[in-house]
Design a protein around this ligand. Structure first.
Ligand SMILES: [Fe+2]
Length: 257
């Protein structure tokens, strides 16, 4: 989000204007090896520290298959299951485009992967973050519904001049949320599940972990340049989905009043 990727002389009107071919055949042997390295390292790191829906999604979507996933192959499993599909984009897309995509159950995936020398540093989310972090959860029916709703909330909030609130809500749930599962604290957000450094930090560091509410999350600033200073914790995956879905599209604007 937050960064223009389309040149000024070709202004984009629709989210479709940001979609590019994945060109899976252009990924090099080293790109595939980097995916395999990241995948093995992250699965080992996460263990059972992540919500079970995430691990189920990894299996369902066969993400353990070696090499960078081909988005068409992924879509062939994902779309019949929850109606979500992935599209390739060349980098971050602006917030209005991103939320419009989510509202139509379309998830943008970077058409590149980080270099071997940059395993832990990313200027922009690559396909490992997007595919490993986000897509497994989109195979879960309730989470899939929730993210579509966040897209609708985002569109309405931007139209009402409250886009920052939608971005915070998204950030503190879909990207950096934690959730309880059988009484244990687990990783929920893709920014955590795909991060080597922050996955354990979020669960173990001495930082505040307030209970997730839409009012608090929408009002709390976030950092996109360092680890988060706090992590919102939902009572369960069901709770965060229910709270977000209970919010009507005009709801975020009303918090500002
Ligand atoms: Fe993300």
């Amino acid at each position: 989000m937050l960064q223009e990727t389309i040149s000024k002389d070709r202004p984009a009107k629709n989210w479709q204007d940001y979609v590019v071919p994945q060109c899976w055949e252009s990924f090099t042997e080293d790109d595939h090896a980097v995916w395999d390295l990241l995948f093995a390292r992250q699965v080992d790191l996460l263990g059972t520290r992540v919500v079970s829906a995430f691990l189920d999604g990894i299996d369902l979507l066969k993400l353990s298959h070696p090499g960078v996933p081909d988005v068409e192959g992924l879509n062939a499993i994902l779309e019949p299951r929850t109606g979500w599909r992935t599209v390739a984009v060349p980098g971050l897309v602006p917030d209005p485009v991103f939320f419009a995509m989510l509202s139509e159950r379309v998830f943008p995936v970077g058409n590149f992967i980080r270099l071997r020398e940059q395993l832990d540093y990313l200027e922009a989310p690559d396909c490992f973050h997007d595919l490993f972090g986000h897509i497994p959860m989109l195979a879960h029916h309730d989470f899939a519904e929730m993210v579509e709703h966040v897209g609708r909330l985002g569109r309405a909030a931007i139209a009402a001049g409250e886009g920052d609130r939608a971005a915070r809500l998204y950030w503190h749930s879909v990207e950096f949320g934690l959730a309880k599962e059988h009484g244990e604290l687990k990783i929920l957000g893709a920014g955590l599940s795909s991060s080597f450094g922050e996955a354990h930090f979020a669960l173990e560091a001495d930082v505040p972990r307030p209970r997730f509410t839409v009012e608090d999350a929408a009002a709390t600033a976030y950092r996109n340049d360092r680890f988060q200073p706090l992590y919102f914790v939902s009572d369960s995956l069901d709770q965060v989905a229910a709270e977000l879905e209970a919010l009507d599209p005009g709801g975020l604007a009303r918090f500002a009043a």
